[in-house]
Unconditional design. Structure first.
Length: 282
């Protein structure tokens, strides 16, 4: 068996959560004390990955005073956390153009800090991924510097159940302009647009050479219903669970559910291992 990468887990500074947001998250997980321990102790989380049969994990962090409460401090926090094992722990950070005076400089700083990729969460940050065209011109600098540093940018697509989320911003087609204007930028469409816009995500991945999707938070039993032609884009699909998000309480169960799907072995290997290894070489 090859080493599995889960490109989408939420290891975050829980103390920064807005009270209503953390109540929603806590309510959706039966063992929140375990989540708290893993977010405080990298060694404990690494043991959990071992028990789940996962070699590497993408640690998703982003700035969202609007919805979750996370500030720019998440960047230094996740860099420190991932330093416990930089090969296995892939740090995702964030540059929020509304709260950053020098978006280009901050992107450069994060790259030097060890942040491997950036996360944009349109529904939690209240801007569209193509907002650089009008109200947020500094977003262009984020994409430009990310391209220069070969830092993938993950864009949340699909709905969010958190209060105050603005879901219209998370429609995948809004990222089409990013593919046109920044053709050398590696983009990961998180969640594949589920549960409303999977066809848009599939179209974008086929249209833009550097676009990918991750399949996190999609129940395995519905994955091939949502993406019946998944194997056609297997070169551009990344495995992810969204642990400990709503409905994903057990990382090992998420891996096993995917392994049980009738997917050809070459495609399975690409999705679980090879694609992430290519985008995030150890």
């Amino acid at each position: 068996m090859y080493p599995v990468t889960d490109i989408h887990v939420h290891i975050q500074p829980l103390r920064q959560f807005h009270s209503q947001a953390i109540e929603q998250a806590r309510h959706g997980h039966p063992n929140w004390a375990e989540v708290e321990e893993f977010c405080e102790k990298p060694a404990a989380f690494l043991k959990y990955l071992d028990s789940a049969g996962v070699d590497r994990a993408g640690l998703i962090n982003y700035v969202s005073p609007e919805v979750t409460g996370f500030t720019a401090e998440v960047n230094d926090w996740v860099a420190r956390y991932a330093s416990a094992d930089p090969r296995r722990l892939i740090a995702f950070g964030s540059v929020h153009p509304r709260y950053t005076a020098d978006a280009a400089g901050e992107t450069d700083r994060l790259a030097a800090l060890g942040i491997r990729a950036l996360k944009i969460h349109p529904s939690h940050q209240w801007f569209a991924p193509n907002a650089y065209q009008e109200e947020l011109p500094s977003l262009r600098a984020v994409y430009e510097r990310a391209t220069a540093h070969r830092m993938p940018v993950m864009i949340h697509t699909g709905t969010s159940v958190f209060r105050n989320a603005r879901n219209l911003y998370a429609q995948p087609m809004l990222a089409d302009d990013v593919g046109v204007d920044f053709p050398d930028l590696t983009v990961i469409l998180a969640h594949g647009g589920r549960p409303l816009w999977m066809n848009e995500s599939f179209f974008l991945v086929r249209r833009h050479k550097n676009f990918h999707i991750d399949i996190s938070s999609i129940p395995a039993r519905r994955l091939l219903e949502y993406f019946p032609r998944l194997e056609e884009i297997a070169d551009k699909v990344l495995f992810g669970t969204d642990w400990p998000g709503f409905g994903m309480n057990d990382l090992k169960a998420g891996v096993e559910a995917f392994l049980a799907l009738p997917i050809a072995e070459p495609a399975r290997r690409k999705i679980l291992y090879e694609n992430a290894a290519r985008l995030f070489p150890a």
